[in-house]
Design a protein around this ligand. Structure first.
Ligand code: IPD
Ligand code: CA
Ligand code: CA
Ligand code: CA
Length: 264
């Protein structure tokens, strides 16, 4: 790797903090809210403004890099050649609109398909989770410990209610015995925060039926840096250019849930 990843890391952190300040400042203003694929799929002027901010900053500083962003202001990225920034300007837009908390900026920087830098910034809590492959993962200035094995009976699993109802992706009854067995379940409404919590050991697993690369790119780098696992529901590697069901977790929990509940 010929790049100065340290400089890119410093640049990314500064841009993320500045974006966070812009979001906090917007709390005093009236949001423009629109819908996307359905009435509950929200997007605001801030999602767009923040993505544009990152795209312009990166274009100026690193014109040879490409950007894949949820709101479409970056490049049309169809492969992972070179250096690609995968950006979700606001993950948890519904929480942003309704709660003004529990949302995050999520960024993964990949080089030739490999995750090198990962960031998840819980703006309101001022918690910046950041990782550089081979150099450790941190929550603000505190180094995150490698994940320790957790027995399923003591695990907290994050999942949302979509699998409670019949759906096309999994038999919705698959998870009933698992939900009975774990210590507890949670649902925060921001994939990025749920992935960051796995990296920090606050959650032991996260199962969800459909995410896009910008939802999981930053989290994947963070979780892998502390020895966790991020795959699809069959334990297969995720594509960084396609949406997919996602199962992330502590390695022990991931393996047991995969073998006992998910693998056919
Ligand atoms: C959404 C959130 C949510 C997840 C959805 C995502 P957005 O991202 O991460 O928790 O369940 O699948 O689309 O649209 O708020 O960035
Ligand atoms: Ca969205
Ligand atoms: Ca998202
Ligand atoms: Ca988003």
């Amino acid at each position: 790797m010929d790049k100065n990843w340290n400089d890119i890391d410093v640049f990314a952190k500064e841009a993320i903090k500045e974006a966070g300040r812009k979001i906090i400042d917007s709390f005093d203003e009236v949001l423009k809210i629109q819908t996307k694929t359905n009435v509950n799929d929200l997007v605001t002027n801030m999602d767009k403004q923040i993505e544009k901010f990152f795209v312009e900053m990166i274009d100026k500083q690193y014109p040879e890099h490409r950007v894949m962003g949820e709101e479409g202001f970056g490049d049309q990225v169809e492969d992972m050649k070179g250096t690609v920034w995968i950006i979700d300007p606001i993950d948890g837009t519904m929480n942003f609109v309704h709660q003004q908390r529990n949302f995050a900026i999520s960024i993964g920087v990949f080089h030739e398909g490999e995750g090198v830098l990962g960031y998840i910034y819980d703006v309101v809590s001022d918690e910046l989770y950041h990782a550089r492959k081979g150099h450790g993962a941190f929550l603000n200035d505190e180094k995150l410990s490698p994940l320790k094995d957790v027995p399923i009976e003591e695990a907290i699993l994050s999942l949302n209610a979509t699998w409670l109802v019949p759906n096309r992706k999994v038999d919705h009854e698959t998870f009933i015995p698992l939900v009975h067995r774990v210590r507890g379940t949670r649902s925060y409404g921001s994939a990025a925060i749920e992935l960051a919590y796995i990296a920090a050991g606050r959650l032991d697993g996260y199962i969800t039926l459909r995410l896009s690369p910008w939802d999981f790119a930053g989290g994947k780098v963070l979780i892998e840096e502390v020895g966790g696992v991020v795959t699809d529901l069959n334990g297969e590697e995720l594509s960084m250019v396609d949406h997919s069901p996602v199962f992330a977790g502590n390695p022990a929990v991931h393996q047991e849930v995969l073998n006992q509940y998910l693998k056919k």
